[in-house]
Design a protein around this ligand. Structure first.
Ligand code: URA
Length: 203
């Protein structure tokens, strides 16, 4: 994983390297049971070269704590490792260029669960892992099983913490989903969570 981080830091595969201060590789222990996948670094992450260290990251940390998870036990990464100018959405060619890094991280880590934060990460990961994407409102709060390199990989989709900074009610839904993620990662999810909604309360 250290080799991959160095490759990411030196990457020039897409235009985003031109405007970055720092590429932002994933961060966390190799034994992490849960991998969180955001969209792309923001200003603070670009400054520090670390994922989720700005306002969205602070909200994420507090939601993780409420869900009974510690940031230090998770691996946190992004779909795209360099900040898009003005925090725009990453473009499809930028996502395609960067996706192999994320898939390498997931193959190396082999976590019990991947939690995709937000529509962009959710849609791209679904496509890459062979899961039909039906929009975040429908996909969130349910465990799905995709495939990576011939192995099953469990995913959970939820809102991005940046969205919860604008719409506070989404924070409650993220908290529910992270609580479910913690249960799945501990191996004792309530009932059979696969393709079962744990909540009907889509906003
Ligand atoms: N938003 C993201 O999607 N990722 C980060 O690392 C920070 C903010």
């Amino acid at each position: 994983m250290e080799g991959l981080k160095e490759i990411v830091r030196a990457c020039t595969k897409c235009r985003l390297h031109l405007g970055r201060k720092n590429a932002v590789p994933g961060e966390g222990p190799a034994w992490a049971r849960i991998v969180l996948v955001g969209e792309a670094p923001g200003r603070q992450e670009d400054e520090e070269g670390r994922p989720f260290v700005g306002a969205a990251g602070r909200l994420l940390d507090s939601l993780l704590r409420e869900a009974g998870l510690r940031r230090e036990e998770l691996y946190v990464t992004n779909l795209v490792k360099c900040r898009p100018p003005g925090n725009r959405r990453p473009r499809s060619d930028e996502i395609s260029a960067c996706l192999p890094y994320l898939l390498s991280e997931l193959s190396a880590l082999r976590p019990a669960l991947v939690v995709a934060l937000g529509e962009t990460a959710g849609r791209s990961l679904s496509q890459a892992l062979g899961i039909e994407w039906r929009g975040l409102g429908e996909m969130r709060g349910r465990k799905r099983v995709g495939a990576l390199g011939g192995r099953a990989l469990a995913l959970l989709f939820t809102y991005h913490p940046s969205a919860a900074l604008r719409r506070r009610e989404l924070g409650d839904l993220i908290l529910k989903d992270l609580t479910l993620a913690a249960e799945i990662a501990r191996g004792n999810p309530p009932g059979d969570p696969e393709d079962e909604p744990h909540s009907q309360d889509h906003p």
